[in-house]
Design a protein around this ligand. Structure first.
Ligand code: GDP
Ligand code: MG
Length: 596
């Protein structure tokens, strides 16, 4: 029945050629003619292209004849970055096989390993592919050996290709047909289809990507998202080949899309199961989880007037990206803004960049923080999304932080530098393996907060760019953490509170106090800037009282000049915030936040 279908993903480290290979497969199967070929068809968001990463999975159906038989190959694209592990795992759940693509010069990298392990967990057939064999410095034999050592793939099974020139791509198509098993599943059983992606079309609403595992879904049926519990009419269904092609039904084993008049992507949950509304008791497919926002930050318009504009921009973003969330937040220091949640640091950067590109609100961002857990004295577990919400030390029984398992792959020369770096970041070494004669993989458990702070940049800079990092969540563990506050004349400045390790609090507190002092203008009285943990002051700076009258230097007669000066002062005041009896310009907070 479905013997002619092959469902697969390409998994690779960033820049190893996934998009280029996808283009070549589309071309060699005749799905897209060379002339009509728009380079890198699968990465259709301008931003993805700009950053060279694929953010959301898409699927393309290729029809293709080999040895007198017609085949249907479904290529499911996967996001390539650490923040999107869950999305990758849902795409893999829709496949029977993967092409594990490795650059013939770069060799095995951190995301190669992470993705290969994920494919093994799903029991998928792995076809090892070595790409870029056209490069002058290609070292395909060594790379095949690295793959064998780190992933257990057979060097004889490696297909060698150049996605750039097309060499080896026909052989790869043969390998796909020969080695990836066709899907199983009963087209007459009750409908169960996995939602592995969605995107938003301004005219049609949500487009839901599905893989039918069992049963058949037809146009006009009423379907049900089994986990969300909502019912919808199937207005259109079909496939992308690569243009949208509607059809009457999708059967067990097939991959395609549904359009159901859904107005927000928030209503379509990746990993949910589509069943028929009429069929009672259909079980949802396993493996579903909700998006976990691990990193939060506050976003405030630098001019309070732009609040509604910022809210509209965030709403537009959230329609297209259900993993992003935001809620209003008020800060004494920064005014009205939003607390925003992201899957990880890269996700945060992507959202920020979209905001900048798509709206012209000038933004102030507070330092990103991870989600913490606190067990209070009453034994309740509280999830903390912003430092201000951490209770006073007396009410904390246990303070817990998220730990991630980091895999770093580096040339052997840099092993020492990476070990030092990971230890400084409170990492605990888990293993060290050699991938070949030249490279090693180090595994550490490190607090996510340390990773978020700057680990990736630091790894890149201490390995001249050769080190690669991947990480996955391990869980929450207790740690000696404190909320450090910044006080101005005894009043807490909410936007400047941070959570940090107790041993780092002194150093960080001193640095922030010093910086803020430099930004505060003199008042008629002395202003104390302090860093404190609970009621214990750990650093203090003093802004001395003003001595001179500002207008004094405008000797006597020049009244216009005096007026101008007063006018200027008044304007400056508009952007002033009062912290107790001390006036601080918004610019001062921005300066302190810009690199804390
Ligand atoms: P992705 O991040 O895995 O999607 O990688 P891309 O497909 O965007 O490729 C990354 C870079 O490698 C681009 O500059 C491609 O032109 C280049 N590239 C991809 N495949 C080959 C190849 O076979 N040979 C050579 N020389 N360059 C390639
Ligand atoms: Mg790509």
């Amino acid at each position: 029945m479905s013997a002619h279908i092959r469902n697969f993903c390409i998994i690779a480290h960033i820049d190893h050629g996934k998009s280029t290979l996808a283009d070549r497969l589309l071309e060699h199967t005749g799905t897209v003619t060379l002339r009509a070929m728009k380079s890198q068809l699968l990465d259709d968001l301008a931003l993805e292209r700009e950053r060279g990463i694929t953010i959301k999975a898409r699927a393309v159906t290729m029809r293709f004849n080999r040895g007198g038989k017609d085949y249907e190959l479904n290529l499911i694209d996967t996001p390539g970055h650490v923040d999107f592990h869950y999305e990758v795992s849902r795409s893999l759940a829709c496949c029977e096989g993967v092409l594990l693509l490795v650059d013939a010069f770069q060799g095995v990298e951190a995301q190669t390993v992470a993705n290969a392990y994920a494919a093994m967990e799903h029991n998928l057939k792995i076809i090892p592919v070595i790409n870029k064999i056209d490069l002058m410095h290609a070292r395909p034999d060594e790379v095949a050996e690295e793959m064998m050592n780190s992933l257990g793939t057979d060097p004889d099974e490696c297909v060698r290709v150049s996605a750039k020139t097309g060499v080896g791509v026909d052989e790869l198509l043969d390998a796909i047909i020969e080695h990836i098993p066709p899907p199983t599943g009963d087209p007459d059983a009750p409908l169960q289809a996995m939602v592995f992606d969605s995107n938003y079309d301004d005219f049609r609403g949500a487009i839901t990507y599905i893989r039918v595992m069992n049963g058949t879904v037809r146009k006009g049926q009423k379907i049900r998202f089994l986990r969300a519990g909502s019912n919808h009419d199937v207005i259109e269904l079909g496939r992308f080949a690569p243009a949208r092609e509607s059809c009457e039904e999708l059967k067990a084993g097939q991959v395609g899309y549904l359009i159901c008049n859904i107005k927000s992507l928030g209503d379509v949950h990746i990993g949910d199961t589509v069943g028929l509304a009429s069929a009672q008791g259909t079980t949802p497919l396993p493996g579903y989880s909700r998006p976990k926002r691990m990193v939060y930050c506050g976003l405030f318009p630098s001019d309070g007037q732009d609040f509604t504009e910022l809210r509209d921009a965030l709403e537009r973003l959230a329609i297209n990206d259900p993993s992003f969330e935001f809620e209003p937040e008020t800060s004494e220091a920064l005014g009205f803004g939003f607390r925003c949640g992201f899957l990880g640091l890269l996700h945060m950067e992507i959202v920020q960049q979209r905001l900048e590109n798509e709206s012209d609100v000038d933004l102030v961002q507070t330092a990103p923080n991870v989600t913490y857990e606190i067990i209070n004295k009453r034994g309740e577990t509280v999830s903390i999304r912003k430092p201000q919400d951490v209770p006073d030390p007396g009410d904390i029984e246990e303070f817990r932080q998220p730990i991630v398992r980091c895999s770093v792959i580096v040339p052997n020369d840099y092993i020492g530098a990476i070990m030092k770096l990971c230890q400084e970041r409170r990492g605990i070494q888990k293993s060290q393996e050699y991938l070949g004669a030249q490279r090693a993989m180090l595994t550490y458990d490190i607090p996510l907060a340390e990773v978020v702070y700057d680990l990736h940049d630091k790894i890149k800079s201490c390995t001249k760019g050769y080190g690669t990092l991947d990480y996955e969540m391990v869980g929450y563990e207790p740690a000696d953490l404190v909320r450090m506050d910044i006080m101005v004349n005894g009043n807490r400045v909410d936007a400047l509170s941070v959570v940090c390790h107790r041993a780092d609090a002194d150093r960080r507190g001193r640095a922030v106090a010093k910086k803020l002092k430099a930004e505060i203008e003199r008042h008629m009285f002395e202003v104390a800037v302090q860093a404190a943990i609970g009621s214990r002051v750990i650093a203090r700076e003093t802004v001395p009282a003003m001595r001179k009258n500002v207008t004094a230097k405008c000797y006597g007669g020049d009244i216009t000049r005096k007026r101008k000066l007063l006018q200027k002062q008044k304007e400056g005041k508009k952007r002033m915030k009062a912290i107790g009896n001390v006036e601080i310009s918004q610019k001062a907070f921005m300066a302190v936040l810009s690199d804390s």
